[in-house]
Design a protein around this ligand. Structure first.
Ligand SMILES: *Cc1c(COP(=O)(O)O)cnc(C)c1O
Length: 344
């Protein structure tokens, strides 16, 4: 980072590097609503390949990708089965109700972050004259609110298989699916193998300025393209933002550095002044401030005064997130400053 502050609020704060800016300036473009933007077409092809799906669609945000996917998979009045702390349920303005007219049934998967097959079967509702019927299962990997948990591929497979046995499609909110893949040392295609469709963000750990992808079978993507238009996401010379996305796809392997930095941060801060900081799976570090006798807000205010920025998750949980724009030295400096803060 260039200024003195160390911004660990989110992996969304990264700025496009010179290669991405060059790529945007030099991008071949056309009208993507006419499917004539070569950069978007190339990105969609490469993104589909990266997650092992037939086809993919470029969307401006992860939220739009998730919401479009849900809309395609379901009919109004059905239930969506989602994890209690999932992004699609907690952080998307109730979009499942607003865009797809769904009612939501939650499963608390706890630290496991993905429902068990048993949990899926228990949450399933068969439609009849009185009951709406389940239309979809949504999973999340890595699981953001539970601390960047990298769910093992086999557990995703097991949950998806249980859903499929009940005739339900499965959508994976894989905003950080490459972090999950890197954490388990497998290709992203393996993480997504059991599910029908996946959304992932280019604009988080991969460092693109804008954009997410939603991928799945051809007919699904065709329908998602219509829903994207309906949601106001039909873009014109979108190659300008797709081209940096192509550069971002080359940043997968380096996510391991973010994971190492996060592990270092957690190791150094755990126990300091009473802070409880569990070992992270990926690039998201959750800090329990309760044993330190302060609220997360008080803790973060103190950190901010020392130039270290994080976010508040709840009353006593703060979050630090490592990313492309902080290096090992920044993380060490941040650690020293937080230790100084908590020591006071
Ligand atoms: C960030 C995020 C999203 C949404 O992405 P936006 O581009 O911010 O709309 C969806 N799911 C998860 C798990 C996320 O972390």
């Amino acid at each position: 980072m260039t200024d003195d502050g160390i911004d660990l609020r989110s992996d969304t704060v990264t700025r496009p590097d010179d290669r991405m800016r060059d790529a945007a300036r030099d991008a071949d473009v056309g009208d993507d609503v006419y499917r004539e933007d070569p950069s978007v077409n190339e990105l969609e092809r490469r993104a589909a390949e990266a997650v092992g799906m037939d086809d993919a669609l470029f969307v401006p945000t992860g939220t739009m990708g998730n919401q479009a996917a849900v809309r395609v998979h379901t009919e109004r009045g059905q239930e969506a089965l989602v994890e209690l702390e999932s992004h699609v349920y907690k952080w998307e303005l109730g979009g499942l109700a607003q865009h797809s007219a769904l009612q939501v049934r939650t499963i608390d998967a706890g630290e496991r972050a993905v429902p068990t097959p048993e949990g899926i079967r228990e949450g399933y509702v068969e439609g009849d004259a009185h009951r709406p019927g389940t239309g979809l299962v949504c999973l999340e990997n890595t699981h953001n609110s539970r601390g960047g948990v990298a769910v093992p591929p086999e557990r995703i497979d097991a949950a998806a298989e249980a859903a499929h046995d009940l005739g339900l499609p499965v959508h994976l909110d894989g905003a950080r699916v490459f972090n999950a893949a890197v954490a388990h040392d497998v290709p992203a295609e393996r993480v997504c193998r059991g599910v029908d469709t996946v959304m992932f963000c280019l604009s988080k750990g991969l460092g693109a300025p804008v954009g997410s992808m939603v991928a799945g079978p051809e007919e699904f993507v065709e329908e998602a393209r219509r829903v994207r238009k309906l949601l106001g996401g039909g873009m014109r010379q979108a190659g300008m933002i797709a081209a940096p996305g192509l550069v971002a796809l080359e940043n997968v392997e380096r996510l391991a550095d973010d994971h190492d930095d996060a592990a270092l941060l957690a190791r150094e801060l755990d126990g300091v002044g009473g802070l409880r900081v569990p070992d992270p799976d990926t690039n998201i570090v959750l800090l329990d401030t309760e044993p330190a006798g302060v609220t997360a807000g008080e803790f973060l205010d103190a950190c901010r005064s020392e130039g270290v920025l994080g976010t508040q998750f709840d009353e006593t949980t703060a979050r630090f997130c490592t990313h492309l724009d902080v290096d090992r030295e920044d993380v060490k400096r941040a650690t020293d400053r937080v230790v100084a803060v908590v020591g006071e």
